[in-house]
Every structure is written in C-alpha cells, then in structure tokens.
Design a protein around this ligand. Structure first.
Ligand code: FES
Ligand SMILES: [Fe+2]
Length: 351
C-alpha cells in the first residue's frame, strides 16, 4: 500500500515538555518522535475536537479537507481552541474571535481588522495524518515512518473500527498484555480460551529493527465460545504478532479455510497512566455477519485485559527485566522490553 501522506507539519525545534507532564522527561522526548493515534477520522467533521497526547492538550480539526493538529491553547489569552469552531477553513477562538490558518498563523483579529497581526499570534502545530481510519499525530515533527497495517487496504478484507477503550494504565503495560500468550487461558476463559488448556507450546520470537515478530501455534481457538464448533477438532491456530516500538502491534490470526483476521493494537499514550486504545480490524471472511457482534466480542476481550492491566504494579512497564520474574512463556514480552530499552525508554520508568 502507499504510505499515507503527512498533511500538516511541522516545527523543526524540539517540542516543549507539557505542563503537568506525567512521563519521565527523557521518555517523553523519545515518545514524542513517534506517531500515535488520537481520534477516529470519521469523528472529525466540521467541529474541532479536544484530545490529549503525551499530556499535551491538542485541538484537531479539518481545514481544506486535511487534518490539522495544534496545541489547544490560544496564544492570545490561553483559551482552548477546541471550544471554538471552523469557519472558511480558519480555526476560530471562542474568546475574542481570532482566526488561525492551518499553518498556525493568525489571519484575522476581529477587534482590529486593519491593524497589524503580531508574529507571536501563531499556534504551535504538529504533524498529523490519517491512516487505518484514525488520525495520527507526532509531537516531535513526524520524521519516523508510520508503521504499516497492510491488511487494512488489502482487497477482499473488510474494514472494522470498534469503539476505542480508555484504560487507566500505561501504554507499555497494555501493549505487552496484547502480545502475551500465557494469559489467554486465565483472563480470556469466558470469551475464547479455556483454563483447562493453559500450556504454552514453544514459540519463536524474532527481533526486528523496530520491534519483534512472534509466531505462536496452539489449540487456543480465536472464535468466541459460541462459535467454536466452526473450527475442526484439533485445529492448530497460528497467531503472528508483529510489534513496532513503542506501541504499535499487529496480530494476524490464521482461521480455518484460509480465513485471516488482522488486528491492530494501537495504544495511544494519553498520559503515563492513561491509554486510549484503538483497534482497527480487517478480515477476509464473515463479511455478512453483523458488526455489532464483532464490537461486542472485541469489547469483552479488551475489558478482560483492562481489568488486570489497570491493577499491575508498578504501573509503568519495567524495562529492566530483572525487576520482575520472567518465565519461558514470556519470550515475546522479553523481546518487547529489550526493544523499548534500545530506543532509550525506561531509564527511570519505575517510580
Ligand atoms: S484567547 Fe483566543 S482570541 Fe483571545
Ligand atoms: Fe488479552
């Protein structure tokens, strides 16, 4: 597929650490270089949206048909621009009506239409783009490539966008939970797995430049309990996990009869303790079944994860693996933590 176009850029200088930043400063700077999802494209209509990424309040909106992201603070007197509106592709501040172009430059001051426009009346804008049904923002200039999710744009695959899920936990803990195969029998006993089938067969993990690839073959069905009769007795389920640091994880599940289900676990770090999880799904089968059933199953599975991930301690993912007690089944999470460590995260992750 072609890479989505980056539509609003950029600042060359390093972004400022937000007020009330909950991350370690170095971690924040590293995370700011990557792309993170902040909203559904379909929710971005004619009104600006208020979202938060890495503790930075953002306004996102459309101008000239493109998505724009800026710091949600008017440089005039600090009002939130997300409470304003878009008029003729200009973002209008609700307090004194100043208007801003997509570049961030102020274009109109209603109280002094003929007067000069000070240069300092300029928004802090960020790189933004749309892909996989989501709006992605990079606070640090958007120089890193957005990881690929090829199934999304593959012919014959249905695109499904379940609602997002807010989790009171770090994005690292959530992402590691997504690739953890040893918890299926326990946490997902009610939805698709079985406590009587807890053994994790040997599986392979390969480190990649930006993360890892793990291939896991087991008898754990990926159908909801009510549909498990659809797989032949003893069917071996192949699950391929591919992670791009920091929080982008693709899972491809091989269903019977060449069915493929691709799930993108896109964990957005709202703060160090709050994650907004987006889960675009693409599949090449069951196109005629109601999507409400997919949403309900997806919600059930991720709620099961949420219930435990929100309770893990410490809240941050310990990059130093000696701080916890890994077992053999944790091969993929070990590789994930190493990959996070290699980009410099976690020097003071545990607080
Ligand atoms: S605070 Fe935005 S126009 Fe005054
Ligand atoms: Fe899970």
């Amino acid at each position: 597929m072609s890479q989505p176009q980056v539509v609003a850029l950029t600042r060359s200088k390093s972004p400022a650490i937000p007020r009330n930043c909950t991350f370690d400063t170095r971690d924040w700077e590293i995370l700011s270089r990557y792309w993170h999802p902040v909203a559904f494209s379909a929710d971005l209509l004619d009104k600006p949206l208020s979202v938060t990424l890495l503790d930075e309040p953002l306004v996102v909106y459309r101008a000239h048909g493109r998505v724009v992201a800026a710091r949600d603070v008017c440089p005039h007197r600090g009002a939130p621009l997300s409470r304003g509106w878009v008029h003729n592709d200009q973002l209008v501040c609700p307090y004194h009506g100043l208007e801003y172009e997509a570049s961030g430059r102020c274009s109109h001051i209603p109280s002094q239409p003929e007067g000069p426009i000070p240069e300092r009346l300029c928004l802090t804008t960020y790189a933004a783009q749309e892909a996989y049904g989501l709006v992605w923002v990079s606070l640090g200039g958007g120089e890193m490539p957005l990881p690929d999710f090829p199934a999304w744009n593959t012919e014959g695959f249905q695109q499904i966008l379940p609602p997002s899920i807010d989790i009171r936990a770090s994005a690292g803990r959530q992402t590691e939970g997504f690739i953890d195969v040893a918890h299926f029998a326990w946490i997902h006993h009610d939805s698709f797995a079985d406590r009587r089938n807890p053994v994790v067969p040997q599986y392979s993990v390969e480190r990649r430049e930006n993360g890892l690839r793990a291939e896991y073959v087991s008898t754990v069905s990926n159908f909801p309990k009510s549909m498990q009769h659809r797989a032949p007795e003893g069917y071996l389920w192949r699950r391929v996990f591919e992670v791009d640091v920091p929080f982008f994880a693709r899972l491809t599940v091989h269903f019977p009869e060449n069915g493929r289900l691709a799930i993108l676990n896109a964990a957005s770090p709202v703060s160090a303790r709050h994650t907004r999880l987006f889960v675009p799904i693409a599949r090449n089968f069951d196109h005629d079944l109601p999507l409400d059933d997919v949403y309900a199953f997806n919600r059930q599975v991720f709620e099961e994860d949420r219930a435990i991930v929100e309770l893990q301690c410490p809240e941050d993912l310990p990059i130093d693996r000696s701080l916890e007690a890994p077992i053999l089944a944790d091969r993929s999470s070990g590789a994930y933590r190493r990959a996070l460590g290699e980009i410099g995260l976690g020097q003071s992750y545990v607080r």
